[in-house]
Design a protein around this ligand. Structure first.
Ligand SMILES: [Fe+2]
Length: 329
């Protein structure tokens, strides 16, 4: 695998729209009022701008996540944990048969820097691609003032149990985090904490629903609990997952409230493999050889569990491990 030692380049700025064109390796990225245009030596592609920007900020914010991030059926990234492929058509049967598929590998920081530069230039005040569509403005049209607040919600590391003295404050109404309109009907009792003498100030508990219900972003973790290779994320989801995720390992979903519909397809070809409607209390394991996209008609809470053990992706890719976690029967 050749890793290109190159960085993002700013090209011309369009006088009519105000947006700048960017280049990373052999890929160029241009936007107009409605669309992102991506070109590479053998072809080009067009993506609706809202979808492109919602995918871009999550791809950077998730650190390229596990495996494949498809912005749509054609364009996306693959995480090799240190390096990242940027591909067009490499996992689309039609593009491959036409011979226009293309892939380049970069250092992960170079791709993050490129996507950050594009997002900064192409996002204007009044639009936040991490918000649910009903809760933000539109990215359509010419360039407005650039946003000066952080485009991404960076991870904030807790030092102690959330809410214990000395750690970060929990989300509250007063801190600008009201309960989301979709979760107004939930109960938010605080847990009883009975601490043995001598351990005061060392034991704490919060109502997790109260925390997730105050999240101002969608399809982006509210809390990530990491213990060794075990990763547990809770999120609030509304509208559609702006990317199609191709797994390189199993991924467990526990539906905490409401429902999410999932389209599941073969990772390499995109051929449909199934549909799942997960309702509150449902648990499923997404296999290691699929791509999937979720749709939440109403804001829903989801818990996602991953095994972050380094090298696991190679053990699934080689067939050493089955693509699913359990044999029934
Ligand atoms: Fe996934």
């Amino acid at each position: 695998m050749t890793v290109l030692d190159t960085k993002v380049v700013r090209l011309t700025t369009d006088e009519a729209t105000g947006y700048t064109m960017f280049q990373l390796g052999s890929f160029t990225f241009r936007r107009d009022d409605y669309f992102a245009h991506i070109s590479w030596p053998k072809g080009n592609h067009i993506i609706e701008i809202d979808r492109f920007l919602r995918a871009t900020v999550r791809d950077i914010g998730w650190g390229f996540f596990y495996g494949w991030i498809f912005f749509d059926d054609v364009f996306g990234t693959t995480n090799h944990y240190g390096t990242v492929d940027v591909f067009a058509g490499s996992y689309d049967r039609g593009c491959k048969e036409a011979g226009i598929d293309f892939l380049e590998t970069f250092h992960a920081e170079a791709v993050a820097e490129a996507f950050q530069a594009i997002a900064q230039d192409w996002i204007s005040v009044g639009y936040d691609p991490l918000n649910a569509p009903l809760e933000t403005g539109s990215p359509i049209g010419s360039k407005g003032p650039e946003r000066t607040d952080p485009l991404l919600r960076a991870f904030i590391a807790a030092d102690r149990m959330l809410g214990l003295p000395g750690d970060k404050p929990v989300r509250t109404e007063a801190a600008g985090f009201p309960i989301n309109r979709a979760f107004a009907d939930l109960d938010y009792d605080s847990p009883d904490i009975e601490c043995a003498a001598g351990f005061e100030g060392q034991l704490h508990a919060i109502n997790l629903f109260d925390h997730i219900a105050r999240s101002d972003v969608t399809w982006n973790p509210s809390i990530s609990a990491v213990a060794g290779g075990n990763i547990c994320c809770v999120t609030s989801e509304e509208h559609m997952l702006p990317v199609i995720h191709g797994n390189d390992r199993n991924e467990w979903f526990i539906q905490l409230t409401d429902e999410i519909h999932w389209n599941i397809a073969d990772k390499n070809t995109g051929a449909p493999r199934g549909r799942i409607v997960m309702k509150a209390g449902d648990v499923c394991a997404m296999p290691a050889d699929i791509r999937h996209q979720g749709f939440a008609p109403k804001r829903a809470m989801l818990m996602v569990m991953e095994n972050g053990t380094p090298g696991l992706e190679a053990r699934y890719a080689s067939g050493e491990l089955k693509p699913y976690p359990v044999d029934f029967g």
